[in-house]
Design a protein around this ligand. Structure first.
Ligand SMILES: Cc1cc2nc3c(=O)[nH]c(=O)nc-3n(C[C@H](O)[C@H](O)[C@H](O)COP(=O)(O)O)c2cc1C
Length: 173
């Protein structure tokens, strides 16, 4: 079988809705972060998360050196944080962290105040996959502030409908 066309693949996957997070790290290598939608739970026992980052970006080398990271799952009102850590906002280009307030848990990685979920991780594995690096970390501390997630689909930020908006009586079953 010939390899599938790359454009066909990316156009199809654009339709998949994902949560949005900012992966951060701090330590000897410095303090950096990037917006990621390629992240998920890897295992629950032990609790491990994984994230895929473009290897030639700034974050992977620093994260590797620090050996720790935090995945901050964004709340629906935190689109400005996603844009800042994607390098999309000119006034925060030199300091992405200036977009909001930060604290920390166990590893010292920046934790966004009032984020949906913060998963503070110790790096345990990494694997290079063509252009990207997959980082796996064991969750050693977490915090939740509640709220609703910020989503991304079809190249735009999206929100879940308010509970109750979909009414079963509106459907003919
Ligand atoms: C909604 C959204 C999701 C993104 N997801 C990823 C991702 O999963 N992996 C990735 O490498 N870049 C992703 N990016 C792009 C990075 O956030 C962007 O290239 C950033 O500038 C990388 O920072 P760095 O070069 O400092 O590492 C995403 C951007 C947006 C807006």
């Amino acid at each position: 079988m010939p390899p599938i066309d790359k454009r066909l693949f990316t156009d199809a996957m654009r339709l998949a809705a994902t949560a949005v997070s900012v992966i951060t790290t701090d330590g000897e290598g410095g303090r950096v972060g990037a917006t990621v939608s390629s992240f998920c739970t890897a295992t629950a026992d032990p609790p491990q998360m994984l994230a895929c980052l473009y290897t030639a970006g700034t974050t992977p080398a620093v994260l590797r050196r620090n050996g720790v990271f935090c995945i901050n799952l964004l709340e629906r009102g935190q689109q400005h944080v996603a844009d800042s850590f994607a390098g999309r906002i000119a006034r925060w280009k030199d300091d992405r962290f200036a977009c909001d307030k930060w604290t920390h848990l166990a590893t010292g990685s920046p934790v966004l105040e009032k984020t949906l979920i913060a998963l503070d991780c110790r790096l345990t594995h990494e694997m290079t996959l063509s252009t990207h690096t997959v980082f796996v970390g064991e969750v050693i501390a977490l915090a939740t502030a509640g709220g609703m997630p910020l989503l991304y689909a079809d190249q735009n930020y999206q929100r879940l409908a308010e509970p109750g908006v979909v009414n079963l009586e509106d459907f003919q079953l």
